[in-house]
Design a protein around this ligand. Structure first.
Ligand SMILES: Nc1ncnc2c1ncn2[C@@H]1O[C@H](COP(=O)(O)OP(=O)(O)OP(=O)(O)O)[C@@H](O)[C@H]1O
Ligand SMILES: NC(=O)c1ccc[n+]([C@@H]2O[C@H](COP(=O)(O)O)[C@@H](O)[C@H]2O)c1
Length: 258
């Protein structure tokens, strides 16, 4: 993976598929954009609930696990990118097994903002198919997608118009969030009622779908909490938060977050 990653870094590519089909194979694409630092069961739950509730009837779905080599806020730490790519590939195999009605690809991009990721995916992955792209996010991320600071001095209603008119945002409420679960679940209807106008146009509310996590124990799981537990030797409890393949990988590579 180190070599593959270095090649991507040295190339001028903006997006590259490293595993799975190179182009969209189904009518519905679900993108999980994450730091995969490491991937965990709340990520799986986000995918599984979204596919269960929103996949097109009687068709397969295409899942794209996407890693940005530039994050909107975070430095590229603590696990190296090649390590994260290895975990993404293990996670992709796990998804393929658990969600057999899905096709899974793993990709890299240089873009941190969703508006830019969306443009490049339409150009290089969807390639002219009339598919809506569904982006899978936790509530903390949706709040950041609609934060004006990322687009200054442009207006969100202008700069995000093209992205929001062709995308759906599938969102899982989080326990470790500044808003109550009720407020998170009301977010789309609040937008539809115009509560955030003029910043967020009310019609965008129809493209946002906030779900409660069906498994309460996963609502507070996060990669940072898992990294801390691993550092502090609290490995037993990690079994309930990670796919077994990722758990085994971390146990065999305990220093990757050092
Ligand atoms: N417990 C959770 N419930 C709902 N969404 C989640 C949860 N954990 C992660 N997500 C979402 O999955 C997406 C990708 O996750 P990300 O890589 O940021 O994981 P994270 O666990 O929040 O990482 P970190 O702790 O390093 O910030 C984000 O949109 C994030 O909000
Ligand atoms: N305005 C935006 O589009 C925006 C804001 C914050 C994070 N992101 C991206 O969301 C993804 C997840 O971010 P975190 O790993 O920081 O939670 C990253 O790819 C990050 O760059 C995008």
């Amino acid at each position: 993976m180190k070599k593959t990653f270095e090649q991507f870094r040295k190339s001028n590519l903006l997006f590259q598929v490293l595993k799975g089909p190179q182009h969209l194979e189904c009518q519905k694409l679900f993108v999980l954009d994450s730091s995969f630092n490491p991937p965990h069961l709340a990520h799986f739950q986000l995918l599984s609930q979204t596919i269960k509730n929103f996949k097109l009837k009687d068709t397969r779905s295409h899942v794209l696990l996407l890693l940005a080599v530039n994050n909107a806020d975070k430095l590229p730490k603590p696990a190296s990118f090649p390590t994260r790519l290895e975990m993404m590939c293990l996670f992709a195999d796990y998804l393929q097994e658990k969600l057999p009605q899905s096709v899974v690809s793993v990709g890299l991009t240089v873009f941190s903002k969703f508006i830019d990721k969306d443009k490049i995916l339409h150009e290089q992955f969807v390639k002219g198919c009339s598919a809506d792209i569904g982006y899978l996010v936790g509530f903390d991320t949706i709040a950041r997608i609609f934060d004006e600071k990322y687009y200054h001095p442009l207006k969100i209603s202008d700069v995000m118009e093209s992205f929001m008119s062709g995308s759906q945002l599938y969102c899982l409420a989080r326990g470790d969030c500044h808003l109550s679960a009720e407020s998170q679940l009301r977010y789309a209807s609040d937008i539809l009622e115009g509560k955030f106008e003029p910043v967020i146009p009310r019609e965008w509310g129809a493209r946002i779908h906030v779900m409660q996590n069906d498994y309460p124990a996963l609502r507070n799981v996060s990669s940072s909490e898992i990294r801390n537990k691993l550092k502090n030797g609290q490995v037993e409890s990690l079994k309930d938060e990670l796919p077994l393949c990722i758990y085994d990988y971390l146990i065999n590579n305990k220093t990757i977050f050092d």
